[in-house]
Ligand binder design. Structure first.
Ligand code: GLA
Ligand code: ZN
Length: 674
């Protein structure tokens, strides 16, 4: 565990308060009061750290780091590339991103520089080296925070400038070697799109190429590569005089960048989480989405991650920003830890007096300072984390199930002209994830590049693209006793969006031969029976033919494909593969996965039925010895609930014995151990 304790604190921007000298000492005093042991410093401080080109002003930061050290507060030190000073953008126009419409951005906002620009790279390297030299070996500095939410520029994360176009072409040359290869891989004979000169290739833009899905895919891959390369260059600079690990803060289901690629360059994973709590009375949808992202962050390195940002109460960027209801702050911090976070950090410590985010929730308020409900809620977390740190030290979640969530598949399936144009891959993943969450069965979100070893069950909904090697990996997994679930519109294309010819790549494993796909309108909605109940088959109905090994569990009841399989199960080697030919509803997914879990032998850590709104996770000793078992039981209902049939446990925080049943208050999380 970084710093030997659960980190509690967050973004700290004292550079905005330098002309209010009394504020800093008050901050330190209140941090102690709130149980804050860590701050992220200097994220947007470039203009203060380097007020003019080449003149570095680091004394103010030195003073802050020193005082924090005296108070036992550690520092996550940021590099300042996320927001550029005006002197830089004024003198060197090329550091600004060019938007897809061809305009080069003017100065201002943030997260809007060109990742290729040699000037930008040179300037950020220079200041990063200064930070590294001065602070990289300080006792209380524990981690490098590279930039901020890389690629997060209100929409398009990529830069379309001439420099980026050139590097893109070079990247393509390296990937394909010759234009012939590229033309074939992209199927460019279609609409006479054959390139005869590398310089004819341009990034996809609204007034240019928007129809070549293979080009779009490669552009997204390239942009990920370029941004990762920028991040890795920053890491090299800060590590010049420092051995500290590095992270960058990821975002919620961020489609712009393939985090699976990006995470490779990082030592520690961290992310920013702003769930839409209290959007509706039922908090389960928000809890599930938040949990799914935690599960993805944890799965990248199969290790604890950091919750780098979250809101102490409300936020300021949704149309309506609800305050966290009593209990929700503690619960959402505990949720992060329950899924593998070693921190609860906030944006931000003190509300800025002015600027775009002045009304965003923060630990300290403009008028009431620390005399607020928010401050008290935060302090409660600080208190609880002290004891919890010892309890969970050395533990990590170790799920036996995985759901495939792959960026390249995401990009491809949502861009393709197919049976539907409104695929929402993320929603598919979340709806499958939800059934695991409701049963309290932990699941990793993994890409197609991940190792499947160690999982008993892998589910790959809407797995449209089969990346190189994927079909073989799944075949081997099932053959060795693994259980695999997949759905209609899977295994359609390869990495460059070329359709597979002849047969579905996993026909033998799945035991079916897919033929057509219907996208029926509401009036043509179909139905099927599963486990004695009737469910709808809607939106996407695959028409598949059974091979002789397969067991057909359900068939369509209507229309010209009545009698064709909807749900199938095929024994293959030592394992089994299920196929869901049609999209249905949550009730069906619940019933289906319940059976799958029983078949695979998966159950939650309490081995009991959970009431609606309650879920369970477990962190156990990372060494695999299983000596420590810490179980988190979370109630996302705003009313008390009873969990029955739990066997004998001990409340790890109070020492109280719990046997048979467990009571949870509204929005409560309890921590149990054997
Ligand atoms: C993001 C950013 C922060 C801040 C918060 C507000 O996560 O990283 O700088 O803008 O959003 O919610
Ligand atoms: Zn550029």
């Amino acid at each position: 565990m970084l710093g030997g304790q659960l980190l509690h604190g967050g973004d700290y921007n004292p550079d905005q308060w330098l002309s209010y000298p009394e504020v800093f000492e008050e901050d330190v005093r209140l941090m102690k009061e709130a149980g804050v042991n860590c701050v992220s410093l200097g994220i947007f401080a470039w203009a203060t750290l380097e007020p003019e080109e080449g003149r570095y002003e680091l004394d103010w930061m030195d003073h802050i780091i020193t005082r924090l050290e005296e108070e036992g507060i550690c520092v996550i030190l940021a590099t300042p590339s996320a927001a550029m000073p005006h002197w830089l953008t004024q003198k060197y126009r090329e550091v600004m991103q060019v938007q897809a419409d061809g305009h080069r951005n003017l100065s201002g906002k943030r997260h809007n520089f060109c990742y290729t620009s040699p000037v930008m790279r040179e300037k950020i390297t220079a200041i990063n080296r200064e930070l590294s030299k001065r602070f990289g070996r300080r006792k209380n500095v524990i981690l490098w925070h590279i930039s901020n939410e890389l690629g997060g520029n209100f929409g398009d994360s990529t830069c379309h400038c001439e420099l980026c176009q050139e590097v893109f072409r070079e990247w393509l040359k390296k990937k394909y070697g010759t234009l012939d290869e590229l033309n074939n891989a992209w199927w460019n004979q279609f609409w006479s799109h054959t390139y005869t000169d590398w310089n004819q290739i341009h990034s996809p833009v609204p007034y240019g190429e928007t129809t070549s899905t293979a080009l779009i895919l490669d552009w997204k891959r390239f942009s990920t590569e370029q941004i990762s390369d920028f991040c890795e260059m920053e890491i090299r600079a800060v590590k010049e005089f420092s051995d500290l690990p590095a992270t960058t803060n990821f975002m919620y289901f961020f489609k712009g960048l393939d985090y699976n690629r990006m995470q490779r360059g990082l030592d520690i994973i961290s992310w920013d989480n702003y769930p839409h709590w209290h959007k509706q009375k039922d908090e389960v949808p928000a809890a599930v989405k938040s949990a799914a992202n935690h599960s993805m962050m944890r799965a990248f390195k199969k290790a604890p991650f950091l919750l780098m940002e979250s809101a102490p109460s409300g936020i300021s960027w949704r149309t309506a920003n609800p305050l966290k209801r009593p209990g929700m702050h503690m619960l959402s911090c505990m949720q992060a830890v329950a899924h593998g976070s070693d921190s609860a950090l906030y944006f931000q410590w003190r509300k800025g007096r002015g600027g775009f985010e002045k009304f965003h929730g923060a630990v300290l308020d403009h008028k009431y300072g620390s005399n607020t409900r928010t401050f008290r809620d935060v302090s409660e977390v600080g208190k609880r984390f002290k004891n919890l740190s010892t309890l969970i030290d050395g533990t990590v979640n170790q799920p036996k199930a995985a759901i495939v969530f792959d960026w390249e598949n995401w990009w491809a399936v949502e861009d393709t002209q197919g049976p539907r144009l409104d695929f929402e891959y993320k929603e598919w993943i979340v709806s499958h994830y939800r059934t695991f969450w409701e049963e309290g069965i932990e699941v990793d979100l993994i890409s197609m590049d991940a190792d499947l070893e160690g999982y008993a069950l892998v589910s790959a909904p809407l797995n449209y693209m089969y990346k190189e090697g994927w079909a073989d990996k799944v075949r081997k997994f099932v053959s060795n006793g693994g259980h695999f679930v997949t759905t209609c519109f899977s295994g359609e294309v390869n990495d460059t969006d070329l359709c597979f010819l002849g047969h579905h790549p996993l026909e033998d494993v799945l035991g079916i031969v897919p033929e057509e796909i219907d996208a029926p309108s509401e009036e043509f909605e179909n139905s099927f029976c599963y486990g004695g109940m009737e469910y709808p088959a809607k939106d996407l109905c695959g028409i598949v033919h059974p091979r002789d090994t397969v067991e057909v569990l359900s068939v369509y009841e209507k229309d010209f494909y009545a009698g064709c399989p909807v749900v199938t199960c095929n024994p293959y080697g030592n394992g089994k593969a299920w196929y869901l030919a049609a999209e249905s509803d949550l009730a069906f997914l619940r019933a289906f996965y319940k059976d799958v879990f029983a078949e695979v032998g998966l159950h939650n850590a309490l081995d009991t039925e959970l009431p609606y709104g309650v879920t369970v996770t477990e962190r156990s000793s990372a060494d695999g010895e299983g000596e420590k078992r810490i179980v988190f039981v979370m109630n996302f209902k705003n009313e008390p609930v009873m969990v029955e049939g739990i066997g004998k446990w001990m409340d790890a925080e109070s020492g109280e014995t719990c046997e048979g049943s467990l009571e949870l208050e509204a929005f409560q999380c309890r921590v149990l151990t054997r």
